[in-house]
Design a protein around this ligand. Structure first.
Ligand SMILES: [Fe+2]
Length: 324
């Protein structure tokens, strides 16, 4: 288990006190990481391998991203799920050890993804009793290693005027790999979120974090945005149910949520619906061929401030080794 670092007034890793009156013009910087797919050993291979090329090197890529000065300079590292590739305790240890070594433990918030909690194999019907509870406990173990909250929704107040609402959007208790990527929020979680949003109605910057997309655009819209169109089957297997994603978006509109951040689709996207910015992160540890053939890991950085509704987004590339 990773122990939180000892409080050290001289350390840059000590979170700023939240007792001062809100400085409304103060800028708050968020590094959005997602879909790390860390493995228990550094030579591990990712489950979703490409046909001709196994994906590996995620652990090293993650450490490289954490060492980047722009990530180091963020007020918050927000991780939207699939921290691990198969949810093993040893993979969570890789995550928390890297976060601790980078001095980011007190500035990191995590929500789980389907690879952290769901069944990626096959649950036989006579072996599925208590599956949902087992999935919940599995996520809780990994999150608690870093002192994270493991009941959802949670609310975190990382700085004056900023509230983060974390959700578990995964299909807990799923039967097999076929259904592992489907999203579920459930009425009870949405109802608790509604109450939490109301309770924090005076906090000017509200941000919701979850693994699944609250809105996979229509294929025609995806083409216009130069995204690969999501086919009917892929959509069915990766989406939140219509009533739940609409319910979430209505809550966000009604409570003036500034940002909804998510992962899951491993693609960079940004759109605005009813006053809320919906921002999707790519898989942080996926190499990307950037300008001039440089291989990079992409990290969206957001800045928010209580006194302005606009969110700024900058996508930075952390250099990997070599060229494409
Ligand atoms: Fe993923």
């Amino acid at each position: 288990m990773v122990q939180p670092p000892a409080a050290n007034p001289g350390s840059s890793d000590v979170a700023p006190p939240c007792t001062d009156p809100p400085a409304t013009s103060q800028v708050f910087r968020i590094a959005h990481l997602s879909d790390l797919h860390l493995t228990s050993t550094d030579d591990g291979v990712r489950t979703e391998t490409k046909v001709f090329k196994a994906l590996r090197g995620m652990n090293a890529a993650f450490r490289k991203v954490l060492a980047d000065p722009r990530v180091q300079g963020s007020d918050l590292v927000l991780v939207t799920g699939d921290v691990t590739d198969r949810g093993e305790d040893a993979s969570w240890d890789v995550f928390w050890n890297a976060i601790g070594a980078a001095g980011l433990l007190s500035r990191t918030l995590v929500v789980p993804g389907n690879h952290d909690v769901c069944c990626l194999d096959l649950r036989l019907p006579w072996n599925s009793d208590g599956a949902t509870q087992a999935d919940v406990e599995r996520a809780a173990r990994g999150l608690q290693k870093g002192g994270q909250k493991s009941e959802f929704p949670w609310v975190a107040l990382p700085a004056p005027g900023i509230a983060i609402f974390g959700l578990n959007s995964n299909n807990l208790g799923n039967s097999s790999v076929v259904t592992n990527a489907m999203g579920v929020l459930g009425y009870r979680q949405l109802e608790k979120l509604a109450r939490a949003l109301y309770q924090h109605r005076d906090v000017p910057v509200k941000i919701v974090a979850l693994h699944h997309s609250p809105n996979i655009p229509h294929p025609d819209t995806e083409r216009i945005r130069r995204l690969s169109p999501t086919g009917t089957l892929a959509r069915l297997l990766h989406e939140l149910p219509a009533d739940q994603r609409l319910g979430l978006r209505l809550l966000c509109a009604a409570h003036r949520v500034r940002l909804v951040v998510h992962g899951h689709l491993h693609r960079l996207e940004a759109r605005r619906i009813a006053g809320t910015s919906l921002l999707g992160a790519p898989a942080t540890t996926d190499p990307w061929v950037g300008p001039e053939g440089r291989v990079e890991y992409r990290v969206p950085l957001y800045t928010v401030a209580a006194n302005r509704s606009r969110v700024t987004r900058e996508v930075v590339g952390v250099a990997a080794t070599g060229r494409a």
